[in-house]
Unconditional design. Structure first.
Length: 456
């Protein structure tokens, strides 16, 4: 099997995972389509839907910038018109844009890129551990020779300079940007996981160390996951969210890589498994009682800590706050529509059910083979569940909401249809700042939901 890191960029998700960015309808027919095989018995690719009307949607550039800006000790150069860097305005990372003009879009802007690299290096001297040059759709058109700039200035400045080749149009799913960013991180020779043993010998594994793969979780969510792992006697190397760039150098010592979001972290986990032989555990997102238990049991089984995982789960679910919450079933009789990234939405469906609610509608940004097992399980429990696949397609989602008329909307305030749901008179909860991971997040989530339902 060829290495994932062989090419300039990772294979697009549509080819690798049959990723869909457009669908409206029942779950059953789509599952049947994923199950189709050809005459040779191999899986048949899913039919890609094309929208006749599409609203604005984020692309791989936005996702790559969001991921890279969460790393410490790095700086970003957004090589393109200044509008391409707009998503970084609210962040705290060090960055600049080459701000190429119309003429440079056609004739190239290599000189301006060299100037930008040297400027950032001077400003960050002594504190920078790596510099990313993020290509944009405009640069994908004018074909600037970014690799020559990387090779020339990387040696001159003695600094890892990593090119990130986003194009905005190679894939219709924004999550492809996370794959591209991880591809660039791991492909750089100085950042490829290195053994911590003697040269020529296998890496020294530490049975109590795990790579905790966290891409966009809140600090409280990372802390809860680290708490649970510590209770199993495990030390966490949490990356990339909030980590320094040097964290990637120590990944090869870990006994396993554990994702908090199996969708966002999939490429990083599978690439580390291929490059450094670190087992990747594609576990469900630990949202709700059952899924957090599954997450712990999967870790316990892989790392020979089954007894500790079972004891921890039992101790957590028998604590009075959680027992009282589950007994009260605050969502009993409430019909719920969820609009979130797929791994979060599928985990939250379980939590809604645990709290007594009935999921009636599900909007996800994309859907692929990574999500089929969980989707099948939900389809068995709620066969009438309506599925909408679309990232920031508010027109489609509002039509679905008007048809379903749910009692509660759970989604994102930024880029979602939460405001439109509220305008329709549907109580709505924005989940950007609401922790969902683990056991201790459940009471806070329940309070937010109760507040929305009370203050209609």
């Amino acid at each position: 099997m060829p290495s994932l890191l062989t090419g300039k960029n990772p294979p697009i998700r549509e080819k690798r995972l049959d990723t869909l960015s457009a669908y409206v309808g029942e779950v059953g027919p789509l599952l049947a389509e994923f199950d189709k095989v050809n005459a040779q018995g191999a899986q048949q690719g899913v039919e890609q839907r094309i929208r006749t009307f599409s609203q604005s949607t984020p692309d791989d550039l936005v996702t790559a910038l969001a991921l890279l800006s969460r790393l410490r000790d790095v700086a970003l150069i957004v090589h393109g018109p200044r509008g391409c860097a707009a998503s970084l305005l609210a962040g705290g990372s060090r960055w600049l844009t080459t701000n190429i003009n119309q003429r440079e879009t056609i004739l190239g802007a290599d000189a301006k890129l060299r100037e930008a690299v040297r400027l950032l290096h001077r400003r960050g001297q002594g504190s920078l551990r790596a510099l990313f040059i993020v290509a944009t759709p405009s640069v994908a058109i004018n074909n600037d020779d970014i690799l020559s700039v990387v090779e020339e200035l990387g040696d001159e400045l003695d600094l890892p300079i990593l090119p990130v080749f986003t194009s905005g149009f190679s894939s219709k799913t924004a999550v492809q940007g996370a794959d591209i960013a991880f591809h660039s991180l791991l492909k750089c020779a100085r950042l490829t996981p290195i053994p911590e043993g003697e040269p020529g010998h296998p890496p020294l594994r530490r049975n109590n160390l795990v790579n905790l793969l966290s891409v966009s979780e809140l600090p409280e969510e990372r802390a809860e996951a680290e708490r649970l792992l510590a209770a199993l006697g495990l030390e966490s190397l949490t990356l990339p969210n909030g980590a320094g760039i040097d964290a990637f150098r120590h990944t090869a010592s870990a006994a396993a890589s554990i994702p908090l979001d199996f969708d966002e972290a999939h490429y990083l986990g599978t690439a580390l498994q291929q490059v450094a032989d670190i087992p990747y555990l594609p576990l469900p997102r630990p949202i709700g009682v059952a899924n957090t238990g599954r997450w712990l049991f999967g870790i316990g089984k892989a790392l020979h800590r089954e007894g500790a995982a079972q004891a921890l789960h039992t101790r957590e679910i028998t604590a009075p706050p959680l027992v009282d919450l589950l007994t009260s079933a605050p969502l009993r009789g409430v019909r719920v529509h969820l609009s979130l990234p797929p791994a979060t939405a599928l985990g939250l469906l379980d939590l809604v059910r645990e709290l007594g609610g009935e999921p009636v509608g599900l909007t996800v940004t994309h859907l692929d083979r990574l999500h089929l097992e969980a989707l099948r399980e939900h389809h068995r429990r709620f066969p009438s569940l309506q599925l909408h696949v679309g990232n920031q397609q508010g027109f489609e989602e509002v039509n679905l909401l008007q048809r379903l008329r749910p009692d509660l909307y759970l989604g994102l305030g930024q880029g979602g249809s939460l405001v439109q749901a509220a305008r329709l008179g549907i109580p709505a909860v924005a989940l950007e700042r609401v922790p969902l991971i683990g056991y201790r997040s459940l009471p806070a989530f329940a309070r937010q939901v109760a507040k929305a339902l009370t203050n209609r």
